[in-house]
Design a protein around this ligand. Structure first.
Ligand SMILES: [Zn+2]
Ligand SMILES: [Zn+2]
Length: 105
């Protein structure tokens, strides 16, 4: 199984719960519904990416780790911030792939 940051998050296996009990995400504390699970079954797909890769601001090098002051937008839930981080991850990866194609040989 590839490590989560090597796998294509779009293709991460989507686990469907066939349990009677609700499964709560270990990152955002919201229920994981059918089709929202990830390679780690107690995390939403977006939340495991957020937990491993970091916030949108972190990926953009604008958080306190890089001397910046950007964090998750105020008033945004952990789940929404995870979706933002996930979208940023996909966007940055597409941009990098585009750049690699553009400047190949
Ligand atoms: Zn979650
Ligand atoms: Zn950071």
């Amino acid at each position: 199984m590839p490590r989560v940051w090597e796998a294509d998050p779009v293709e991460l296996p989507v686990l469907f719960q066939l349990r009677s009990q609700a499964v709560i995400c270990a990152y955002c504390d919201e229920e994981i519904r059918n089709g929202e699970a990830s390679i780690q079954e107690n995390f939403h797909r977006e939340c495991i990416v957020r937990a491993v890769i970091g916030s949108a601001a972190h990926q953009l090098g604008e958080c306190s780790c890089f001397g910046g002051d950007r964090e998750d937008p105020p008033g945004v839930s952990a789940r929404e911030a995870a979706k933002l981080a996930y979208d940023t991850f996909i966007w940055l990866r597409r941009a990098r792939e585009h750049q690699e194609r553009e400047y190949a040989d």
